[in-house]
Design a protein around this ligand. Structure first.
Ligand SMILES: Nc1ncnc2c1ncn2[C@@H]1O[C@H](COP(=O)(O)OP(=O)(O)O)[C@@H](O)[C@H]1O
Ligand SMILES: [Mg+2]
Length: 373
């Protein structure tokens, strides 16, 4: 879109040949602890892949193995045609960006950005041009003579990004690079980062525990739990078609609503109401899920089941109604002008076609469906 803004030479300097990144049966054992389990991911050339999961699930360990900073217990890392499994990090042709910016405090912005080229002996004139190009990519070209202490958190992270892109690597590996920024700046930098990755077309693996970040940045998301890949797909795929209870509950804000029950005579009992299911075996403990945006608060008795209003929160563009039903707390997204009273008895309606059923025991997605009674 902005090609007319950037000169041909700028594009030439910054565009690298995107490479495929293949991670094959990658494992990490720390003594008895199996931190990463048979991780298999093919990252397409130029793809923005997000590795997403809760804290401690093995994301950083996986990324560090791909970078060569952590020894691989077993498996392979292939970049393009080249097996780099046992290649030192500096020869892997990757650039890493971390949560902590790790800038040199006594070097200016320009010196920090140009440092990777200085180390490799790139002549001064060529280096200066590359610094200007990289700084322009992150809108830091007017602050080149500043020192890190004279920059905001967001500006420091931009310098770290510029230092990563100046080397024209075949891949970017980023580990929660925005998590030290405040919410507003994080949102802004997220858009910048996405734009930059698009412009540069560099194969990228980005680690985060933040599902909104994953949804907004990724071409595809790889969701991990306890060292194991749960699902790999586009944001829309993992959101609308989660393979299991974990993925369903992890993606979405507010999260999917869940109601547990045991299938008896074709239905599960929800308070005084019954929800009819088809395709699940009698006696199966099932968890039914529906998303906050796929349900409505209606008059008591008019929905699939009744519940009591717990709170209503007007967020600006909508009203989040939280209801209590037995032990379950459920959240429904309603229009911003929707009004309910605390402790009011209401009905909850949801679209049977947009509901999900899981086995409560192992979390697997069931083929069963909710039927309209
Ligand atoms: N050097 C280490 N020795 C032993 N266990 C480790 C080591 N590094 C990480 N772990 C463990 O491996 C698991 C995954 O860690 P990590 O990859 O940092 O998770 P994440 O980045 O998803 O939060 C955690 O349980 C962590 O405690
Ligand atoms: Mg981590």
């Amino acid at each position: 879109m902005s090609t007319d803004m950037s000169s041909a030479s700028e594009t030439d300097t910054l565009t690298s040949d995107a490479k495929r990144l293949s991670i094959r049966k990658m494992n990490k054992h720390y003594g008895d602890f199996h931190a990463v389990k048979d991780l298999d991911i093919e990252v397409e050339p130029g793809e923005f892949l997000v590795l997403l999961g809760p804290s401690g699930c093995g994301k950083s360990t996986a990324l560090r193995m791909i970078a060569g900073l952590e020894e691989i217990t077993s498996g392979e890392v292939i970049m393009g045609e080249r097996d780099v499994t046992h290649v030192l990090p500096k020869y892997r042709d990757i650039a890493m960006v971390f949560q902590s910016y790790a800038l040199y405090p006594h070097k200016t912005v320009a010196e920090n950005i140009g440092f990777p080229l200085k180390v490799t002996g790139v002549p001064l004139e060529q280096r200066n041009q590359a610094v200007l190009d990289a700084a322009a990519q992150v809108q830091m070209e007017t602050l080149l003579e500043r020192y890190p202490r004279e920059l905001s958190g967001g500006q420091r992270q931009r310098v770290a990004l510029a230092r990563a892109i100046i080397r024209r690597p075949s891949a970017f590996l980023m580990d929660e690079p925005l998590s030290n920024l405040d919410a507003k700046l994080r949102g802004f930098m997220r858009a910048e980062l996405k734009h930059m990755q698009h412009e540069l077309g560099v194969t990228t693996i980005y680690v985060t525990h933040d599902q909104i970040e994953a949804m907004t940045l990724a071409h595809r998301v790889a969701i991990m739990k306890d060292g194991e890949l749960q699902q790999l797909g586009t944001p829309a795929e993992v959101y609308t078609n989660p393979t299991n209870l974990f993925v369903a509950g992890f993606m979405g804000s507010p999260p999917m609503n869940f109601i547990e029950g045991t299938l008896s005579q074709g239905s599960i009992q929800v308070g005084n109401d019954k929800i009819f299911l088809q395709g699940a075996q009698e006696g199966t403990a099932v968890t039914m899920g529906f998303r906050p945006e796929d349900a409505d608060v209606v008059e008591a008795g008019e929905g699939r089941f009744d519940a009591m209003v717990y709170t209503a929160e007007m967020t600006g563009d909508l009203t989040l109604v939280t209801v209590k039903h037995g032990q379950s707390i459920l959240t429904i997204k309603m229009p911003k002008d929707f009004v309910v009273d605390y402790d009011q008895k209401v009905g909850i309606q949801f679209d049977s076609g947009l509901s999900y059923l899981f086995s409560t025991s192992d979390g697997s997605r069931l083929k069963a469906i909710v039927v309209d009674s």
